[in-house]
Ligand binder design. Structure first.
Ligand SMILES: [Zn+2]
Length: 155
């Protein structure tokens, strides 16, 4: 007999993925986490993830982003546009990898958006692992953010 997997940190069912830090995740929760991350308003996710502007997908945005006033950010935006242009819409692993890249660049809002897209179009366990690693490990979750995420998934 094998050892039972640790329970999902969010719902208590047997986990399929993890650990991410100390967090384990079942088969069902990645999509729920992704759906929660896919919010248009910062206020909807700001208690969970360290984001400062809307993580909404560009095609869902209802208004243009505020003007940027720092040159280095313009450079980043330009870089991002190039990265995203190279991503096929159906390539969920590419979105997950892009989320990881944004996270490493400190672009948390973009990392959150790309991880949400990846979890909306799961094509392999690697997609889930990569996207969850982005969403559930530092520095994306705020202190107490994972507890808040657990609470939100319960409601
Ligand atoms: Zn679960």
């Amino acid at each position: 007999m094998g050892t039972a997997p640790p329970p999902c940190s969010f719902c208590g069912r047997p986990s399929w993925f993890g650990p991410f830090g100390r967090v384990f995740v079942c088969e069902a929760c990645p999509r729920r986490i992704g759906a929660l991350a896919d919010h248009a308003a910062v206020s909807a996710v700001a208690n969970i993830w360290a984001v400062t502007r809307p993580p909404a997908r560009p095609d869902k945005a209802d208004k243009p982003p505020p003007p940027r006033h720092i040159d280095i950010e313009e450079v980043f935006r330009f870089f991002q546009a190039g990265l995203e242009a190279g991503v096929r819409p159906d390539d969920s692993l590419a979105h997950a990898d892009l989320a990881q890249a944004y996270k490493e660049m400190g672009l948390n809002s973009d990392a959150l958006r790309e991880a949400a897209i990846a979890l909306d179009r799961i094509t392999s366990p690697e997609v889930v692992r990569t996207a969850l690693r982005v969403l559930l490990t530092a520095p994306l979750p705020k202190p107490g953010g994972l507890s808040e995420l657990r609470r939100r998934l319960r409601t």
